[in-house]
Design a protein around this ligand. Structure first.
Ligand SMILES: Cc1ncc(COP(=O)(O)O)c(C=O)c1O
Length: 476
């Protein structure tokens, strides 16, 4: 910097860094304001203003006629603003240590032809105007004060949900047992915090929903993976397993899509009861059943004191709303309510009220019926196009429910997968591997390339074009 170009703020910043760096240690004297002004080619007032600021913040003290002196600092290790230099390694919590190595979901890619990413919905499927209206009503509703609401969730919404769960999923619970959460993800996190301690065990499906696996593993507990077949988790492997919790997706196993039969459901609940364990039932997409009848939830099948039920609007309205709900055994309500309060006080009230309005007016179920039809058509197009193109070179799983299917490319060995995924992407199509959803200690690892193909964000045209490209990639 040229002489005379620095201002009071710059001098203040530089001196502060030097004091924090211990270039000037406590007790050292700074140059006199006159000497520094001469050296920097600025007016004495410019330096005085900087010194006054340092004094006001307690970095230096000054007596008339004497040079300013650096004060002892309360902070042992000073961190320079904007610097990534750290003098000592951060001592992370056990929680942080267990999450630093966790893989994140695949990054979003540019896929001009079609992106079969699972979890996205079509923008055109969102009920923009009705939702705007419901939000507007929430915003316009008369309130006495702007204050925190109930940590457990807005009572109007819990009451509306209680009726909806009974109507649509045959779940009999009271509004008092419902907890509104920020997506089912927060429900998983609360279960992990409340029910697991380090060195506990938890049962998880193999392959599984990795977000659930990671959330439970973050507590320090260890997974016990149980393979999945055409009827869901193989519960015959449960006897003898000591675990505090079992996480399952019985209505539509994620990712393979199987529905857990009633015999296995009973076996699972029996195991939970004998082991004093909880079953976390993730009912993430049961609104979408195409060729099969609704299956009653695990909750209420037997003794509901062992089951924690999780639902979400991420597949029916939009994942970005972050609205989920839990049904909790009565004796756990108080602790879940407190954990939710510590996490974020409560979920956003406007969205809760808008959702209540949707449920009460019947719009939610009408909306579900409408997008179920659309997703059923998308699924038909995907399955038909795949079958027409690949005929018996593929095997399709889990296509009678949900918003994704699993496709096994039988003549592409598993080791070809990285090349295949890369070539597909270079050709403008995003496809995602099933393999990464298998736990590392898996007995049952895929032998050929397997894909999780979501279709709910795509038009029928994109689906056909995407499959055509995949066929060319496989055949090249
Ligand atoms: C198995 C499973 N559970 C739950 C969810 C939804 O999570 P959330 O409600 O946190 O958006 C998903 C979303 O993709 C999922 O695949």
């Amino acid at each position: 910097m040229k002489r005379g170009q620095i201002g009071s703020k710059g001098i203040y910043e530089q001196l502060k860094i030097q004091i924090l760096d211990k270039t000037y240690s406590p007790g050292d004297r700074l140059p006199s304001s006159r000497a520094l002004a001469d050296e920097l080619g600025v007016s004495r007032t410019t330096v005085t203003v900087a010194y006054e600021q340092l004094m006001a913040e307690g970095f230096i003290s000054a007596r008339p006629g004497a040079r300013a002196q650096v004060m002892p600092l309360a902070l042992p290790v000073a961190i320079r603003k904007g610097s990534d230099r750290r003098k000592q390694a951060v001592s992370f919590s056990d929680f942080a240590k267990s999450i630093v190595e966790m893989a994140e979901p695949p990054a979003k890619m540019k896929c001009p032809v079609a992106d079969f990413r699972y979890g996205a919905l079509a923008v055109t499927d969102f009920p923009v105007n009705p939702w705007k209206k419901a939000l507007g009503m929430a915003l316009g509703s008369r309130r006495e004060t702007l204050s925190y609401d109930d940590p457990q969730g807005n009572l109007r919404l819990r009451t509306a949900l209680q009726a909806y769960l009974w109507r649509s999923k045959a779940i009999q619970c009271s509004a008092e047992q419902i907890l509104i959460v920020s997506g089912s993800q927060q429900g998983l996190d609360l279960c992990s915090r409340i029910l697991l301690t380090p060195e506990d065990r938890f049962v998880i499906e193999n392959p599984c929903y990795v977000m659930a696996m990671n959330t439970f593993a973050a507590s320090g507990a260890k997974p016990v993976s149980i393979d999945v077949d055409a009827e869901g988790m193989q519960t015959s492997a449960l006897p003898g397993v000591k675990a505090r919790l079992a996480y399952v997706t019985p209505s539509h196993q994620f990712p393979l899509g199987s529905v857990m039969g009633v015999a296995r459901r009973m076996e699972l609940l029996q195991w939970a009861s004998v082991n004093n364990a909880f079953v976390v039932e993730d009912d993430y997409d049961s609104e979408y059943r195409y060729d099969i009848k609704p299956v009653p939830s695990l909750y209420g099948l037997r003794d509901e004191s062992q089951v924690i039920y999780l639902g979400t609007v991420s597949k029916t309205l939009a994942p970005f709303l972050r609205i989920g709900y839990m049904v909790i055994p009565k004796d756990l309500i108080a602790v879940f309510r407190k954990a939710k309060m510590l996490a974020d006080r409560h979920s956003s009230l406007l969205e809760q009220e808008a959702f209540a309005e949707f449920l009460e007016s019947g719009q939610y179920e009408r909306h579900i019926r409408r997008i179920r039809r659309k997703n059923s058509q998308r699924r038909d197009v995907l399955v038909e196009t795949l079958q027409r193109r690949f005929s018996d070179r593929i095997e399709i799983q889990g296509d009678n429910a949900g918003l994704h299917i699993v496709v096994w490319l039988k003549d592409l060995p598993e080791k070809m997968e990285p090349y295949f995924l890369e070539s597909a992407q270079k050709s403008g199509v995003g496809v995602y591997s099933v393999k990464r959803l298998y736990t590392s200690k898996s007995v049952q690892k895929p032998r050929c390339v397997g894909l999780v193909m979501g279709y709910s964000a795509l038009t029928e045209k994109q689906i056909v074009a995407g499959v055509d490209v995949l066929y060319k990639v496989v055949s090249s």
